[in-house]
Each structure stands twice: as C-alpha cells, then as structure tokens.
Write a protein that binds this ligand. Structure first.
Ligand SMILES: *[C@@H]1O[C@H](CO)[C@@H](O)[C@H](O)[C@H]1NC(C)=O
Ligand SMILES: *[C@@H]1O[C@H](CO)[C@@H](O)[C@H](O)[C@H]1NC(C)=O
Ligand SMILES: *[C@@H]1O[C@H](CO)[C@@H](O)[C@H](O)[C@H]1NC(C)=O
Ligand SMILES: *[C@@H]1O[C@H](CO)[C@@H](O)[C@H](O)[C@H]1NC(C)=O
Ligand SMILES: *[C@@H]1O[C@H](CO)[C@@H](O)[C@H](O)[C@H]1NC(C)=O
Ligand SMILES: *[C@@H]1O[C@H](CO)[C@@H](O)[C@H](O)[C@H]1NC(C)=O
Ligand SMILES: *[C@@H]1O[C@H](CO)[C@@H](O)[C@H](O)[C@H]1NC(C)=O
Ligand SMILES: *[C@@H]1O[C@H](CO)[C@@H](O)[C@H](O)[C@H]1NC(C)=O
Ligand SMILES: *[C@@H]1O[C@H](CO)[C@@H](O)[C@H](O)[C@H]1NC(C)=O
Length: 623
C-alpha cells in the first residue's frame, strides 16, 4: 500500500515537473522611428515594433526570456528589464556604460535572462536619457502553477494600464539640455496605454480614450505601470474601488482603496470588480506635484473609460444616475454617450495633494512574511539634494550666474557623472582593468547635517542658481558579498518639495518605514517593520520626508541606483553599487555572454574585447 502511494506520488511529481518546465520566451524588438500624430501635430517618435506602448512580454515565473534587439534608430540603445533581479547576470541589466556598451545604430544584441522570484507586473524600458518615454512595455509574470495559484480569485481578464507622457520634443536633445542645466522642457500630455484621452483636443477634435470593456459582475486585474518621466499619478475609476494585490511584482496584503498612487518606476496590480450599475465610468490619471513655493510645472490629467458591455439588459433609464444615488459620491455626470447615457467622472485628489500618496504607500505590507535579516552590516544615510557645479569642469565660478554654473542633483553632496571612458564599469570591474573614470566613493553620511526639510531652504526661482557648491564624480559604493545594508533616503527642501522614487537594480529592497520631516534614528528605528515590509525595486521617498530600506547585497555585479524621475537622473541623482563576488562559483559573476557588444572600433582601450578576454585567460593561467 505504502509503495503504491509512493509510486503515485512520484508519478504525480514527475507529471508536475513536465507541466511546469520553464520555457524560453522569445521576442524580436525592432527599435525604429515612426511618425505619430497627436494634438494636430506629427511627431517623430522612437518605438519598438512600431507600437507605443511597446509589446508586452508575458511569461511564467521561472521562464527565460530572449529578446533580440535590432536597432534601426539613429540612437545608441540599451534596454533595462526593470525589477528583474538578473541573478548572476548583471551583463543583461542594460545600463549604458555601467553594465554594457550601448547597441549602436544598425547593430543588434540578444538580451537573455531568467525571471525567478517575482509574480505580478514588471516592465522594460530603454535606459537612454529620456528615450524611455516612448521605449517601454509591460513584463507580466504569472505564477508557475497557473492562475489558480494566485492568492486571490482568478480574474476574468488581466489588463495592463500603462500611464505615460506624450512628448513633441526631440527627447535625446531634452536629456542633453537637462544634463547641462536647462530645465524648461515639458511633455505635451499624459496617456493611458498610449491614448491621450478626451481631455485633450485640437481644432475641436478630442483625442481617443483608452476604453476598457467590462461585463457586469466580472473581476479585472489591472496591471498598472507608471512609465512617465516626470510625475507621480493618482488613478481612480468613478464608481469603483480597487483591491491592491501586488506592487513591484510581489504580493501585498489585499488593500482596498478608491485611489492608487503610483510613482515613475513603480507597478501596482489591483483587482476591480465591475459591480456598478452598468454604464460608462471615467478612469482618470492625475499627476500630483508639491504646492508653491515649489516651481509649478505644467502637468496633465488624462482619462480613459470603463464601459459596461451593451448586451446586458439595463435596469432603469440611467445607470449612472442610479449609481450616484447608491454610492452618494460627489461625482459628476459628463459627456452624453451615443445612446443618451452619461459617463461618470471620479472626484480626484487635489493636484497638490501629496499626503494621499504617502498614505497609499505607507499602507502596503507584504502578503507573505519575507525573510528580513535582523543583523545589519552597513548603515547608509543618503541625503538627496541639489547643488551647483561650475561649467566646463572649472574649479571656481560665480554662483548664481547661469552662464557659469549648472544646477545638479546630488546624493550626499555628490552628483553622478555618467562614465565617460569607453569601458563600461562592469567590464572594468570584471577584468580588473580600472578604466579612465574618476571614481569616488559614495559617502555613508552627508558631509553636513542641517534641517533637511526646512521650508526656508526651498530655492525658489533665481535662488536655485545660488545653491551651494557640490562636486561631480562617478560615484560608487562597494559591498562585500552578502552584506546586509540599511539605507535611509532623506529628501530635502533644496529639491523643492519633490518626492523621489529611488530605484535599485539587481536587488529588491524591504521598505521598513517612511515618514515626513527629518529622519530621527532614535525614534524612527523603533518603527521599522521587520515582519511584513513590502518588497520593492522602487521606493518612493515622500515629499519632504524619508524612507528606510534594507537589502542584502548578494548579487555580484555593478548595479545602478537612481531616482526614477528622468530629470533628477539627468541632473545626477544616481550612484553605482558594486557587489563583490562571493567565495564560490555560484556566488560569483560568470563571464559575459559571447555576443556581448564590443566597442566597434571606438574604444580608447587599445585592445578589442575578444583579445582582452584572451589576455585575461593568459593572466589567470600565469598566476
Ligand atoms: C515623418 O514625416 C516627415 C514629414 O512629414 C517625413 O519627412 C519623414 O520621412 C517621416 N518619417 C518617417 C520615419 O516616416
Ligand atoms: C554611441 O556610442 C558610441 C560608442 O560608445 C559613441 O562613440 C557615440 O558617440 C554614441 N553616439 C551617440 C549619438 O551618443
Ligand atoms: C544581427 O547582427 C548580425 C551581425 O551584425 C547579423 O549577421 C544579423 O543579420 C543581424 N540580425 C538582424 C535580425 O538584424
Ligand atoms: C478642448 O480642450 C479645451 C481645453 O482643455 C477645453 O476647454 C474645450 O472644451 C475642449 N473642446 C472640446 C471640443 O472638447
Ligand atoms: C455579449 O454577449 C455575448 C453572448 O453572450 C458574449 O459573447 C459577449 O462577450 C458579450 N459582451 C460583449 C461586449 O459583446
Ligand atoms: C492608511 O491610509 C489611511 C487613509 O486612507 C490613513 O489614515 C492611515 O494613516 C494610513 N496608514 C498608514 C500606516 O499610513
Ligand atoms: C550670459 O550669456 C549671455 C549670452 O552669452 C549674455 O547675454 C548674458 O548677459 C550673460 N549673463 C550674465 C549674467 O553674464
Ligand atoms: C526644520 O524646519 C521645519 C520646517 O521649516 C521646522 O518646522 C522645524 O522646526 C525645523 N526643525 C529644527 C530642528 O529647526
Ligand atoms: C558640499 O561640498 C562642497 C565642497 O565640494 C561644500 O562647499 C558644500 O558646503 C557642501 N554642501 C553641503 C550641503 O554639504
């Protein structure tokens, strides 16, 4: 009897092994320029496979992904797989001159990586200044054992909701300008799944709305991604609530809310039940920004539509009116539809409301209790600020003179200088070739403690040019393999009232606590959630506040860590974490893939890559 059971068990296990065998999911991404017309203007945009947003990659946890990138654009391109750990595979992380040489025009490269330990939504985007506005798409990871193993009822449909910007400017040029201290460049609109929506029009013709058709009573899983360059968004659907079930491809304790707050780089999975009286309901994405005296930038609200299917018999003359009386919400009827019904618009938070975002983020906890290490090896306190540097690398200059100084964003008073040598940092690290980058160590503490969130420090208008001197360097911080690192990010009033979505490559972070005002270790450490903190790749540091995270530096390689606001990144709010190899082969970074992009004759290093590889082998042999 026992033997029979064992045989059945073995049979069952092997059948499972077959059914869950990891697949290789292949895609070809052709990057090219196409003309798109919005707001009565034809704009040349750089996209993947002619689409905006780009193609979604849909996989099962444990699968491998192979994406052949064919670059038919005039730009150097890399693609970053945002949130993918790239375990022992830093080579595929896609940061130009940090992990790889960019893929030149008319060249191609195949990214290969496994996706392990994530379920939910991640995304991919170009890691070229500003081009990610049009080069991005969803990366959807389903559970290994099928949709029945979701920790929530299987949804009827799963729908990516990508919030983005519409730019009518030459994006690489905008990136260059921001890096060189001129900031007056803005998008022309916001989008949901590439559509600007009917709040935008020109010559009296409204832009198309993104439309989600729903059937009454069914549940929809929205996979929300903020691919925007500049803004945190609030997302609401009139007459409906969300149940948030995952963030950054980790499950969270189900959290019911009528508003989702999402910063650039973040993802949120949320269930929506179509349980309103059938009708049409606006889905609105509203960007927020800090109030005056923060410099106000033009930011645009966009909206799509949730529309109940027409073949459902309708009770009463006006479903929307019925909804308003049942929900009692202060919602407005708007826009008469073809059959005389009206679409309902949600009441949105104010666009200067930043506290709703703070509450939303503070309310997230992990569904499963992750293993949070209790012993901490390193403590970093990182102050996110603004400063000025002299133009043309000069040592001294007249502060406050636009012609002499550039405003830069800093971490502990240093602004990141993107590597200028032609050997990427990862290659230099792996082959111990040094390289020509002037590297500097990221300090563990700011050089000076002050009242970081003092509103009087807000450099309004011309005061910005008079900011204190900072320096620029290719900043790195080395970590011993396996080090447990606590890091507190402190926002400052120098950044006006901005929040800061900080994104770490190659590692997830436990978000232990966040708060407003200045971090106070004695008081705030006692609030650390070591039981069920959310696990994130992008942590939103609240406006004039702080966020405390912990991570284990156990993935060897050279990893970018930066603010996911594109203008903060262009201004230098970034650093590089170098995680050393462990003592064994399976804790050490393997060599690069054979077709890794080489320097195509543009290197200032004398030897081509293959030859240096040969030399390295020689050196090893001679040791
Ligand atoms: C885009 O439109 C411009 C002007 O209409 C045209 O010259 C150009 O060839 C078009 N480019 C592409 C890639 O279609
Ligand atoms: C593209 O990269 C190559 C090699 O790193 C570099 O020489 C070239 O200037 C870059 N082109 C642009 C447009 O950035
Ligand atoms: C990719 O590049 C290789 C080498 O340059 C070339 O042989 C191949 O045809 C290219 N593939 C595509 C799809 O462009
Ligand atoms: C066009 O947009 C403007 C500004 O948002 C708005 O005032 C106007 O009513 C819109 N017109 C139409 C026809 O939608
Ligand atoms: C309408 O009813 C048909 C038949 O029951 C069904 O297939 C379809 O999905 C329903 N919804 C819409 C939007 O047509
Ligand atoms: C959760 O959100 C509610 C409001 O929606 C807020 O009152 C509460 O303080 C939040 N919880 C935390 C821990 O911030
Ligand atoms: C900066 O340069 C511009 C043009 O070169 C000049 O017109 C302007 O007067 C200069 N400003 C200052 C403060 O020197
Ligand atoms: C820091 O600045 C804030 C805002 O201006 C103020 O409320 C607070 O009292 C200041 N703290 C200290 C210690 O001076
Ligand atoms: C930043 O460093 C510079 C020297 O490079 C120093 O003059 C300045 O006071 C420092 N600022 C802060 C906020 O620490």
């Amino acid at each position: 009897m026992a033997a029979a059971v064992a045989i059945i068990v073995i049979f069952f296990l092997s059948a499972m092994a077959v059914s869950v065998a990891a697949a290789v999911v292949e895609h070809t991404f052709v990057v090219s320029q196409v003309n798109m017309t919005h707001l009565c203007k034809e704009t040349l945009v750089t996209v993947v496979n002619g689409q905006l947003p780009g193609p979604a990659i849909e996989i099962t946890e444990g699968d491998s992904v192979a994406v052949l990138l064919v670059n038919k654009s005039p730009y150097n391109i890399t693609i970053h797989w945002h949130g993918v750990k790239q375990w022992l595979n830093c080579w595929a992380d896609g940061v130009p001159m940090v992990t790889q040489r960019p893929i030149l025009p008319n060249h191609n490269f195949t990214y290969m990586f496994n996706v392990i330990g994530h379920e939910g939504t991640l995304w991919w985007h170009a890691h070229v200044p500003f081009l990610r506005a049009t080069l991005h798409g969803a990366l959807i990871i389903r559970p290994r054992h099928g949709a029945s193993s979701y920790p929530f009822p299987k949804p009827h449909r799963e729908v990516p909701i990508i919030i983005g910007d519409w730019w009518e400017l030459d994006l690489p040029q905008v990136g260059w300008n921001m890096k060189h201290g001129s900031f007056d460049f803005f998008a022309s609109g916001s989008t949901i799944n590439g559509k600007l929506g009917d709040l935008f029009n020109c010559s009296g013709v409204a832009e198309d709305n993104y439309v989600l058709d729903v059937e009454p009573g069914k549940t929809y899983l929205l996979r929300v991604i903020n691919a925007g360059l500049f803004s945190e968004f609030y997302l609401k659907i009139a007459g409906h609530k969300f149940t948030v079930v995952a963030a950054d491809a980790h499950y969270v304790s189900p959290y019911t809310t009528d508003v989702i707050a999402i910063a650039p780089g973040e993802t949120v999975d949320a269930l929506v039940v179509a349980n309103a009286p059938p009708g049409r309901f606006y889905m609105v994405a509203l960007p927020n920004q800090a109030p005056l005296p923060d410099t106000q930038t033009p930011e645009y609200t966009t909206r799509g539509m949730v529309q109940y299917s027409r073949n459902h018999s309708r009770s009463g003359a006006n479903g929307a009116a019925a909804l308003m009386s049942t929900h009692g919400a202060k919602e407005e009827e708007e826009e008469e539809g073809p059959s005389g019904d009206v679409a309902v618009a949600p009441e949105m938070p104010g666009h200067h409301d930043t506290i709703t975002s703070f509450y939303f983020h503070s309310n997230l906890t992990s569904l499963h209790h992750p293993l949070v290490p209790q012993r901490v090896d390193e403590h970093l306190f990182i102050v996110l600020g603004l400063g000025s540097v002299c133009k043309h690398g000069r040592q001294s200059c007249k502060r406050g003179d636009k012609n002499e100084t550039i405003v830069v964003a800093t971490m502990n008073n240093i602004s990141f200088q993107h590597p200028v040598a032609t050997t990427p940092l990862l290659e230099a690290h792996y082959y111990h070739t040094g390289g020509r980058n002037a590297m500097e160590e990221l300090p563990d503490q700011p050089p000076r403690v002050f009242n970081f969130t003092d509103l009087d420090l807000i450099p309004f208008g011309p005061k910005e040019m008079q900011l204190e001197p900072s320096s620029k360097a290719t900043m790195v911080r080395r970590f011993r393999h396996g080090a447990v690192v606590d890091m507190v990010f402190q926002s400052t009033a120098m950044l006006q009232g901005d929040s800061n979505p900080m994104h770490l490559h190659g590692h997830d972070m436990f978000l232990l606590a966040e708060g407003l005002g200045n971090y106070d270790a004695a008081k705030d450490m006692t609030r650390f959630n070591l039981v069920n903190p959310p696990v994130k790749n992008t942590v939103l540091v609240p406006n004039l506040g702080w966020a405390a995270i912990r991570f284990v530096a156990n993935n060897p390689g050279v990893w970018f860590m930066h603010c996911h606001y594109e203008f903060h990144l262009a201004m230098g709010m970034a650093t590089v974490f170098i995680v050393e190899d462990g003592t064994t082969a399976d804790t050490s970074l393997p060599p690069p893939p054979v077709d890794f992009p080489t320097c195509f004759g543009n290197c200032d290093n004398v030897l081509p890559y293959e030859l240096r590889l040969e030399n390295m082998k020689g050196e090893h042999n001679s040791i």
